[in-house]
Write a protein that binds this ligand. Structure first.
Ligand SMILES: Nc1ncnc2c1ncn2[C@@H]1O[C@H](COP(=O)(O)OP(=O)(O)OP(=O)(O)O)[C@@H](O)[C@H]1O
Ligand SMILES: [Mg+2]
Length: 262
């Protein structure tokens, strides 16, 4: 397991000013603390508006907390850097350059193209898209684009990969497919993974720990260690038990009949 990639979220509160509303401020995060170990896979689930993206943006260094701090490997995060990669729902590949140039874009800007070219090839192969190297993003399906977005973020070997609903726009079948790809990529890269998802099953299927948040104000209310070996069986009784526990925490247990998305 990699030595680097520890994240310490130390009692952070994030207050936004909202001048357009009667309420002048909004507490998006209220005294949130969480430690993530090097190489760990943690998912964060919670209803819309509970501050998940805000939390991830603070870890990325795109936002600063109003109170408290976040550290990576002991150093306070004050901005973005290449040790923390980000993938959003909108893959935002550069449409005017080829798949290969998209994947290696970060390597070139870091001056590591020669050194990491073979690694880029390996990741492309791992996600099954080697033959699309010379294609352009417009020629790819949504699922293929998201695979490329994942390896584009991983090719520079970040210690931590931050994932904000990366599979949110995909159909259920493609989504399950890429969940397996994501596990392969995690095992290959050994990066710390912090994933935000609305899909409780996805969180249980992928992560070693699931963190549950609730809104108004955004707080962590629980966390569960998922003690199942990979690959996980979605119909396994233990899996179902975890699902029920999390849904109950989210107060959505009564809505099981309409699916597991929150
Ligand atoms: N830049 C901002 N200015 C003002 N308010 C903001 C800003 N960013 C987020 N908020 C508010 O903070 C709260 C948390 O937003 P956030 O985007 O973190 O939620 P989320 O859990 O990611 O929701 P979703 O699941 O819908 O993506 C919301 O009420 C949102 O309106
Ligand atoms: Mg969000």
């Amino acid at each position: 397991m990699s030595e680097k990639g520890k994240i310490e979220i130390d009692n952070i509160t994030k207050i936004f000013r909202r001048e357009d509303e009667d309420i002048e401020t909004l507490t998006a995060l209220d005294e949130v603390s969480l430690n993530v170990e090097p190489g760990e896979f943690v998912s964060i689930v919670g209803a819309s508006g509970c501050g998940k993206s805000t939390l991830l943006r603070i870890i990325a260094g795109l936002e600063t907390p109003t109170i408290g701090e976040v550290r990576k490997d002991g150093d306070t995060i004050t901005g973005t850097d290449e040790t923390r990669g980000l993938v959003f729902q909108d893959h935002s590949l550069y449409p005017w350059i080829s798949v290969w140039n998209n994947v290696t874009f970060g390597l070139k800007s870091l001056g590591k193209y020669k050194e990491k070219k073979e690694y880029a090839e390996k990741l492309l192969e791992l996600v099954g898209l080697s033959q699309f190297k010379r294609s352009y993003p417009s020629q790819l399906s949504g699922g293929m684009s998201q695979r490329i977005a994942l390896i584009r973020a991983l090719v520079t070997e970040p210690d931590v990969l931050l994932l904000d609903e990366p599979l949110g726009a995909l159909d259920a079948f493609t989504r399950m497919n890429i969940q397996d790809v994501l596990i392969d990529l995690w095992k290959e890269t050994k990066s710390t993974m912090i994933l935000i998802t609305h899909d409780v099953d996805e969180a249980i299927y992928l992560s070693e720990r699931v963190v549950v948040m609730t809104p108004r104000p955004g707080r962590i209310v629980d966390e569960l260690k998922i003690e199942m070996s990979y690959p996980r069986e979605r119909s396994h009784s233990q899996f179902v038990e975890y699902r029920n526990k999390i849904l109950k925490k989210l107060d959505y247990a009564h809505e099981q009949s309409i699916g597991y998305y929150i």
